[in-house]
Design a protein around this ligand. Sequence first.
Ligand code: NAI
Length: 271
Amino acid sequence: MNTNNDSNGLNLSVENNPIFSKIFSLEGKIALITGGGSGIGFDIAQCMIAAGATVIITGRREFALQESIKTLGKNAHYIVNDVTELKKLEALVHEIETQYGYIDILVNNAGINMKKPALDVTDEDFDLIIHTNLNAVFSLTRACAKRMIERKSGSILMISSMAAYYGIDRVVAYAASKSGVEGMVKVLASEFSKHNVRVNAIAPGFIETSMMKNAMSSDPDRMNKALNRTPMAKFGKPEDIGWAAVFLASEAAAYVTGVSLPVDGGNSIGF
Ligand code: NAI
């Protein structure tokens, strides 16, 4: 084995290194992942399980959730839940903590998009997106954070978007919701840090999921525009977000809070 000590005497070799294997581990942790039955949420679940966690995925369609946990294996469980039913979120958290144990990691992944020119967006359209992507995120976060703060331990992840970073046309409500999430991350990280609860966001670039296909498939100009400003010149895969989520939820990120981490092939800094 090739050992390599840094100036502090820390053993930096990777192979068989107990520090390295533990620092990214989620062994013994319980993660609640909303919308975990498909797309990015499903891959976050897969990556967290690979890192040792037990995951509880939620969504609205029982059949889809059942199929997902067949693939995810014995460390995955599901509960049917619509995040927009805010009054049921407290009960959801109570049910999980009674049945499976304390939630160590919350991943607010469930979200919806709507592509329409701003002037065609009705108040109802706007409300629907904000309610799902922002109000529900706050309510569920509050229910989990209350308990995490009591236990003085927890990690909360939000899924933001490039739409909160720069002006993407025809997603006004979605951009407003994700910008709200970005603001929430900073405030909650400020309030919760003293209780050892961390709050971070991942801002995915363009990731190949059904949401992205819906937005892009009939709009090649938009697809080319997204690709052309992505220095890595390819779209991301859901697992790219999954591994970033493992990092942010793990001890390796113990001093990371209040950030929004772009996982975007450079899209946010591309010209
Ligand atoms: P997706 O449409 O494949 O998955 C979204 C999941 O959320 C689905 O499982 C859906 O059933 C669930 N969901 C939606 N409304 C729900 C509700 N009311 N209650 C419970 N579950 C609900 O989309 P994707 O791409 O996997 O998106 C996941 C997250 O990533 C979203 O927050 C999205 O805004 C965000 N995102 C995705 C990007 C992409 O390129 N795919 C880029 C930036 C952000």
